[in-house]
Ligand binder design. Structure first.
Ligand code: GLA
Length: 721
């Protein structure tokens, strides 16, 4: 719901449990008034009476706007916090003072062109603000929906003048909130094989800025930050989330100023960014998804999960049962041929797997990571008879077939590179950085994207492929494109991202029956932008039964269980060397889109029986993974165990997975309180053969099983009437 009150010139935007208010103050600025628990229109005059606004008679006074809570920070006129949008004009000036110009409220949403965005919304408000000193205008867009706790924002910057201008900063959102002195910031930091570790630190005077400069959202930092009140915990307290629907280099900053205000803002990273805006042209920023919850981190996460499922992920895929896959990467790495693959496929069929996914190494000259990328033609020396033979073999066993691509990459030792050396990102005269021995294709160039679209489409058209794993195994380093003039190089990284989105859009819409899984050396590009095209993403290359609990726990802060592709791999684990029980690896992987990443034919008879049972069990609960509400019952970073529950929306069924990391001799009995069930309902926990009320489970808790190191348990609960 969006309301505008003409008398007070105020806007009230409300979703399921939150409200967001702004007004046009006497000096003509759009001033932030309120963001928090849902309020009514009747509260607005009170909020306005409390607001401090600049004196309209004396706008030239230094700092007149510095203490005004803003919706878009400007540069050079007394707002000393960092600006939201900076546009340099040809006269050398970049100063700005954006004032309210007009607004409109309409049903639905304005879709972004060529970029991921929400697919629908109930209403959208566009407030146009205009610079006092130039012809630059900004549309601040706000979309809300009655059933969602997420408010979606972005900005469109327009050059209404007759000369071109250079945008040097174009963040998607800005909000100035009161800083109580006791806010903390949570972000998801990490590295390859240990992605998205929640890190929370108190905020104090100054700026905390998280960012990626790597050309993708990155393993190192996710494009998401949350602000936590002092009393915020997993189940209660105020918490604000800020997630970008963007997959490229980004920045989000939390700036505590001298007036006890905190400015939250973020968008495309402004580091080395620039965009030339010709006369009459406009630039759209990616969207940002803002979320408020007063039910703690858990409430915020569930609101984001619903948001991604209902508004971002492809509706034809989001709730559709995902295939259980077996992927050959850790089973064979590059060293496979038909003789090695067929036994895996045969065993997969016997055990109930749905899809066989052929990973890296099936194309070009590709026996290691030094060659072949870009040559998307089957290597018949390895696969005698081509892909068809493998696919026919799968079909004969009742399995579907999936295939790995790394569309954005090229090896110097490849036919593609020999034909088009200029298509790789590099600068004449400078030896390019090689990461994993490969270069990145310049996706800011349309002819490159078109070429990749054609070769990948050809493979998908000519073969029965139901699943594609789209990988990206390195960062971008050189940040240079030969296709843009000197004064436009700052556009490169964003244009690269637009090329990736273009290819993803074209491939996913040309092949609507193919399930595309995202991947970037594991979880290096796990963000809201990618989820628009890929309903699931390979969460991490780390599949260790213990480490994975942490990675999935961190990922769940923002992203739903169904988006996390999770596989059971062999032991000792290839990343950590640790051995964990097969049950534990299965239980942890069952909290996402489930599969295997090992040579099934090498399992013992008894292990095969257990795998068969795991698959059957997963098929009993996969609707909860796709549609349920997630409750994190224990923090694996702070305690000796991990425990998560998925509950059906009507709270009649639940599925719990737990793991104890280290066993203790003669340790205390530990009670786990189970929040998230209905107090008044009674549940049968089948594994324990007990019936108990939701109230008792959240009030008293349940004694945790005492099991060996990295032992696990799964509990299925169903309401008994
Ligand atoms: C990345 C992926 C792996 C695998 C390899 C293949 O590391 O994350 O799952 O596909 O590439 O090279």
């Amino acid at each position: 719901m969006i309301r505008f009150d003409l008398e007070t010139k105020s806007f009230l935007l409300s979703g399921k449990n939150y409200s967001y208010a702004m007004f046009v103050n006497e000096a003509g600025f759009l001033q932030q008034l309120y963001y928090g628990k849902k309020i009514a229109e009747i509260d607005l005059p009170f909020l306005i009476s409390q607001a401090e606004s600049p004196d309209p008679e004396d706008l030239n006074m230094d700092m007149s706007t510095d203490w005004m809570p803003s919706e878009c920070g400007s540069f050079g006129r007394g707002d000393f916090k960092s600006a939201t949008v900076i546009v340099k004009r040809n006269n050398g000036s970049a100063m700005s003072r954006f004032k309210y110009q007009s607004h409109k409220i309409f049903d639905g949403v304005k879709l972004l062109k060529g970029m991921p965005c929400i697919r629908h919304a109930e209403n959208t408000l566009t407030v146009t603000i205009k610079d006092d000193f130039s012809d630059i205008e900004i549309d601040l867009n706000y979309s809300v929906s009655e059933n969602s706790d997420v408010l979606v924002r972005n900005a469109t910057i327009r050059n209404g003048g007759e000369e071109s201008a250079d945008i040097v900063k174009a963040f998607s959102f800005c909000i100035d909130l009161p800083y109580s002195g006791k806010l903390s910031a949570l972000r998801l930091a990490g590295n390859w094989a240990r992605e998205r570790k929640p890190v929370t630190t108190p905020l104090s005077d100054g700026t905390l800025r998280i960012e990626s400069t790597r050309g993708h959202s990155s393993h190192a930092m996710n494009p998401f930050m949350a602000l936590l009140s002092a009393d915020c915990n997993e189940n209660s307290g105020d918490c604000y989330g800020f997630a970008l629907i963007y997959s490229g280099s980004f920045a989000i900053s939390a700036e505590v100023d001298c007036h006890q205000c905190i400015r939250m803002q973020g968008g495309i990273n402004d580091y080395m960014f620039a965009w030339k805006l010709g006369a009459g042209e406009s630039f759209q920023t990616p969207q940002a998804a803002l979320c408020f919850s007063n039910e703690g981190l858990g409430g915020m996460s569930r609101a984001y999960h619903d948001f991604f499922r209902c508004y971002i992920i492809n509706p034809s895929k989001v709730y559709k049962r995902r295939p259980i896959v077996v992927n050959n990467w850790e089973a064979t790495y590059f060293g496979f041929n038909n003789e090695k693959l067929f036994p895996i496929i045969d065993e997969a069929a016997k055990l109930g797997v749905d899809t066989f996914v052929l990973d890296d190494g099936w194309f070009g000259k590709r026996d290691d990571d030094r060659s072949g990328l870009g040559d998307w033609f089957v290597n018949e020396n390895k696969l005698i008879g081509g892909l068809k033979t493998v696919i026919d073999h799968c079909k004969g066993k009742g399995l579907k077939f999936g295939l790995w691509f790394e569309p954005e990459m090229v090896s110097e030792d490849s036919d593609l590179y020999r034909a088009h050396p200029d298509w790789a990102i590099k600068k004449e005269g400078v030896t390019p950085c090689r990461s994993r021995n490969q270069l990145v294709l310049d996706f800011s160039r349309k002819e490159v994207v078109d070429y990749v679209y054609n070769v990948v489409s050809k493979i998908l058209n000519e073969n029965e492929i139901s699943y594609v794993k789209w990988d990206k195994n390195r960062d971008i380093t050189e940040n240079y494109t030969s296709s843009l003039p000197v004064d436009r190089q700052g556009e490169f990284l964003h244009r690269y991202m637009l090329g990736v989105y273009d290819l993803a859009e074209r491939l996913t819409s040309s092949f609507p029956n193919v399930l595309f899984e995202g991947c970037a050396g594991g979880g290096g590009r796990f963000d809201g932008g990618m989820l628009y095209y890929f309903p699931q993403i390979w969460t991490s290359d780390d599949t260790d039964g213990l480490e994975r609990t942490k990675i999935q726990y961190g990922t769940s802060m923002c992203y739903p269980a169904s988006t996390m592709s999770c596989h059971v791999s062999a032991c000792p684990n290839h990343q950590t060397g640790r051995t964990t029980p097969l049950e534990t690896r299965g239980a942890v992987a069952s909290l996402g889109a489930f599969g295997y990443e090992l040579d099934l034919s090498k399992l013992s008879k008894e292990e095969k029986e257990r795998v068969k049972a795991q698959i059957l069990d997963y098929k009993e609960i996969d609707d909860l993974i796709l549609k349920g509400d997630l409750y994190r019952l224990s923090d694996p970073f702070k305690s000796n165990y991990f425990c998560e529950m998925l509950v059906s929306k009507d709270k009649t069924r639940a599925y719990i997975v737990g793991e104890r990391f280290r066993n203790e001799p003669n340790g205390h009995e530990e009670l786990l309180k189970i929040h998230g069930l209905a107090d008044e309902k009674f549940y049968l926990i089948s594994e324990l053969n007990v019936t108990v009320s939701g109230k008792a489970l959240s009030g008293k808790g349940i004694v945790l099983p005492r099991i060996g190191d990295c032992g696990s348990w799964t509990w299925h609960m169903v309401e008994v009437r």
